[in-house]
Every structure is written in structure tokens, then in C-alpha cells.
Design a protein around this ligand. Structure first.
Ligand code: SF4
Ligand code: SF4
Ligand code: FES
Length: 288
């Protein structure tokens, strides 16, 4: 059987450092024997096993399912277990994700994400007592894509709002989560206020960087972020939605609404001559 000729050893360069003082770091270079089908995580494992057992890296499945081996490979957020060494020309530089606090070498602390997860208003079924839920398949399909997320947090890492600004933005992974709840056919909540205020959705300027790097190919910006932004705008600025939301729902609300309208009409009738008379005088003076 024919085998692919070896392109020579893999040249690996790894950023080393400790979370106790992230400003102190160095790059170590290694030569790793090439093997067919090898991924960057294999090269890291070789270094750990054969050269330097103190090199720290997080992984679990080696099958692009657990989201643990996220790192920056030649400056681009990627899964180490899904990145073949022969897809990269020349030296391979591996660094930890920069958006999260460093623990050691390639391992970062992504714990902040679980605090954000707890903030998102949970799934709230429309009819909790109903024994049977019925909905169309097309309604299920809308949020199915979002449930492919493996929580690798590469999208959080690449997002410039999270990375470079200390803005109160929950980040693309959590917009995807909110969208999956909002688009669930049996959910009853409207998360627009949360997304606008606590979620900081307005900080996202739709650069689509998160969408480009998602290893699960979730169309984060087009399918989750933009619809969530549209929900915020609809709820807040659409006069028809505003009117519908403020329609009186019972006798008491109706009485309050009538009183408000009468009050408004009274003040309009009182103030109209005060505004109209000077305008008429001005117009007359100007027109001769
Ligand atoms: S949305 Fe994609 S990039 Fe973001 S955490 Fe989920 S799988 Fe990873
Ligand atoms: S589209 Fe929004 S969430 Fe995604 S990387 Fe750009 S600013 Fe961040
Ligand atoms: S080791 Fe599980 S995603 Fe890479």
C-alpha cells in the first residue's frame, strides 16, 4: 500500500507561562516526528510524553466533541485536536486563548462563562401543566443548529469586544444560547430586555469573526445574533409592538388608559392656542 512521504519533523513552538504572573512568558521550540493524519494535539502529546512532561494542555475527547483543547494556532482560535499539522505551512505556534485568564501554558480559566450561563433567563414552558406538547417540525429546526455548540469558547476568544474592551457583553456563545431558548416553540419568555441591558447585545457590531471560526459551523451572527438584535429593536422601537404591549388587558387598565387620553386631550386643547397664535403672528409679519 502506498504511503504519503514524510514532510520531515513538525516544528512546534509553544508559549509557556504561569497565571501567577502572565507578563512573564517564553516560547519553547520542539521538533516532533511527523506521522500521517497527525493533529496539533498529537504533537503536544508527543512533547509531554517524550520531551517535557511539565507542558500543560487541556483535552478530553480528541474528537472535536468536548471543546476542551481550544487554543490559538498561528494566531487563530482553533481546536488542537481538529487542526492537522499538514494544513499549516512551516512552524506551528500554539498559544493559550487570550480572552481568558491564564492558568498555565496552554490552559486558561474559562469559569467566567458559567456565571454568564446562570444569568440567562431559563427555559420557561408556555403550558407547564400540559401533558403533551405539539409543534411543527419547522419550529424545532430553527433552534436545532444552536444545540450543536460544544462550548469550546473559541467564539468568545475571537470576539474583539470581549478580548479588547471591558464591555459588559455576554459574548457570542451566550447569544447563541439565548437564541436557542427564544426560538424554542414552547418557550414563553421574551429575553429582549435582558439581552439589551445585562446582555450588552448592542456592543456586537456584527463583524462575523465568531461565525468564521466556530468548529461546529454554527452561523452565529446571521442565525443567532442578528435575530436577537431584531427582537430588541422590535420590542423597543416598533410603534405597533409598543401599542400591542401597552393595550389595556382588563377593566382597570382600560379606565387608566381613558383617563390618560382625556388628560392629554385637555392639555392639548389648552396649549394649542398658546402655540398657534405666535406662529400666526410670525407668519403674518414675515409674509407682510
Ligand atoms: S458557538 Fe461554536 S465557537 Fe462558540 S462555543 Fe459553541 S461551538 Fe464553540
Ligand atoms: S459578530 Fe459580534 S459577537 Fe461575533 S465576533 Fe463580531 S462583535 Fe463579537
Ligand atoms: S479534545 Fe475534545 S474537542 Fe479537542
Amino acid at each position: 500500500m502506498a504511503t504519503t512521504p514524510s514532510p520531515g519533523p513538525v516544528r512546534l513552538r509553544v508559549r509557556r507561562g504561569s497565571g501567577s504572573d502572565p507578563s512573564v512568558f517564553r516560547y519553547d521550540s520542539f521538533e516532533v516526528p511527523w506521522e500521517e493524519g497527525m493533529v496539533v494535539l498529537d504533537a503536544v502529546h508527543y512533547v509531554q510524553a517524550m520531551v517535557d512532561p511539565t507542558l500543560s494542555a487541556r483535552w478530553n475527547c480528541k474528537a472535536a466533541r468536548c471543546g476542551s483543547c481550544s487554543a490559538e494556532i498561528n494566531g487563530r482560535p482553533k481546536l488542537m485536536c481538529k487542526t492537522r499539522v499538514d494544513s499549516i505551512d512551516g512552524e506551528i505556534t500554539v498559544e493559550p486563548m487570550k480572552a481568558f485568564p491564564l492558568l498555565k501554558d496552554l490552559v486558561t480559566d474559562v469559569g467566567e462563562n458559567w456565571k454568564v450561563a446562570a444569568m440567562i433567563p431559563a427555559f420557561s414552558p408556555k403550558s407547564p401543566k400540559a401533558r403533551e406538547w405539539k409543534f411543527y417540525q419547522r419550529d424545532v429546526e430553527r433552534s436545532r443548529e444552536f444545540r450543536k455548540c460544544i462550548e469550546c469558547f473559541l467564539c468568545q476568544d475571537v470576539c474583539h469586544v470581549i478580548r479588547e474592551h471591558e464591555a459588559e457583553y455576554i459574548g457570542p456563545r451566550w447569544v447563541v444560547k439565548a437564541a436557542s431558548l427564544d426560538m424554542h416553540p414552547m418557550d414563553s419568555l421574551n429575553r429582549s430586555k435582558f439581552m439589551k441591558d445585562a446582555g450588552g447585545l448592542g456592543y456586537c457590531n456584527i463583524t462575523k469573526c465568531c461565525q468564521e471560526i466556530c468548529p461546529e459551523h454554527i452561523v452565529i451572527t446571521d442565525d443567532a445574533i442578528i435575530p436577537e438584535k431584531e427582537r430588541v429593536v422590535d420590542r423597543r422601537y416598533d410603534p405597533a409592538v409598543w401599542l400591542y404591549r401597552n393595550l389595556p388587558r382588563d377593566q382597570r387598565q382600560l379606565e387608566v388608559a381613558i383617563k390618560k387620553v382625556l388628560k392629554l386631550a385637555f392639555w392639548a386643547a389648552l396649549l394649542a392656542p398658546l402655540v398657534a397664535v405666535p406662529i400666526l403672528f410670525l407668519a403674518k409679519a414675515l409674509l407682510g
